[in-house]
Design a protein around this ligand. Structure first.
Ligand code: PMP
Length: 337
């Protein structure tokens, strides 16, 4: 019989898939690592498992404990499923601007969601940071993982994501393209790939180059932190888990280019992924354009497109922000008009 002991055993070991259509004119091999096949639907399951495991080991989380984190996104889902499997309570503190459907997902996994007002200063006791800090002190046995500074987050990628890429490419990967949000993925995966390839001869590809993909406006690519629409990536400050020494290069990608590629990945490659995936593929193709046939470019695709159907995959939403340049509108929509 072949079965997993629990969903936790299905975290990681995600597949690599070759891009065949959006890569027209490119000689290098471009492979994507599909993180939406993790049980919680994103790459964040990896850090959730590792942060909880290390907190248990260090005695920060004990039986009957409660995990508290200010997050509404993929990290929340990862923590919710790891917590319930291991018997912990989970409380997520989210600002009221977070959509009903995102809260519903967390509640479906059995987590408690505390909603705080958006229209307060970040240092106000009513802000979601303020409320989560208060809950941590008030609730006995509470533990706040803090994905922005917890070293277990990059460590999970150093121990799993990086080695999987090296193993599955038979040590032939030459470039790895990664979007950065908290920085955990690029720091851990990039550090591992650079270390493992440090002594590889130039004739075999030399040291793996790590390329950061970043929304235009974010600080990682030299922006001021001005807003952009791609979710989950970019920052307006420098988190502790982002190691500037890891990326060899960081490329800025516009919202329009990110979303156009996200839609092409669904239509042409059969990959329904999120906007940060489209963004990373745009950066990867810019790098791959100038590379020879024997180059192997790996791009990490962090999550599924299911959470973005009302935005990136909705013509009206896209048009209202000027992201639809023509040619990619839904033809069914045209017929129904
Ligand atoms: N894409 C999406 C959709 C995400 O949710 C995240 C996590 N914030 C990332 C990319 C970036 O990952 P990291 O936080 O490890 O930099």
């Amino acid at each position: 019989m072949k079965y997993a002991q629990s969903v936790l055993d299905l975290i990681g070991n995600t597949p690599l898939i070759k891009l065949n259509h959006v890569t027209e004119g490119i000689k290098a091999t471009v492979l994507v690592k599909l993180e939406y096949v993790n049980p919680g639907g994103s790459i964040k399951d990896r850090i959730a498992a590792k942060m909880v495991e290390e907190a248990e080991r260090d005695g920060k989380l004990k039986p009957g404990g409660t995990i508290i984190e200010p997050t509404s996104g993929n990290t929340g889902v990862g923590l919710a499923l790891v917590a319930q499997q291991k018997g912990y309570k989970c409380i997520f503190v989210v600002p009221d601007k977070v959509g009903e459907d995102k809260r519903a997902v967390l509640e479906a996994y059995g987590a408690e969601v505390v909603v705080t007002p958006t229209a307060v200063e970040p240092d106000s006791p009513q802000s979601y940071y303020g409320v989560s800090d208060r809950l941590v002190t008030e609730i006995p046995g509470a533990y706040k993982p803090d994905q922005f500074s917890n070293p277990a987050a990059p460590r999970s990628h150093y121990e799993t994501t990086g080695p999987e890429i090296w193993r599955d490419t038979d040590g032939k990967v030459t470039h790895c393209v990664i979007g950065a949000g908290t920085g955990g993925t690029i720091t851990g995966t990039g550090r591992y790939l650079k270390e493992v390839s440090a002594d590889r001869p130039e004739s075999d590809g030399g040291r793996v180059r790590i390329i950061g993909a970043d929304p235009e406006g974010s600080v990682y690519s030299g922006g001021t932190g001005r807003p952009y629409f791609v979710e989950g990536v970019g920052e307006d400050m420098w988190p502790a888990n982002y190691d500037k020494a890891v990326p060899d290069q960081v490329l800025a990608v516009s919202d329009a280019d990110s979303f156009e590629m996200t839609r092409r990945l669904a239509r042409e490659e059969g990959l329904l992924v999120g906007g940060s995936s489209g963004m990373a593929v745009v950066a990867a193709l810019r790098v791959a354009r100038d590379l020879p046939e024997d180059a192997v470019v790996v791009v990490i695709l962090p999550d599924s497109g299911r959470g973005y159907l009302a935005k990136i995959f909705n013509d009206q939403w896209m048009r209202s922000y000027g992201f639809l340049s023509g040619g990619e509108e839904s033809s069914v929509g045209e017929v129904l008009k």
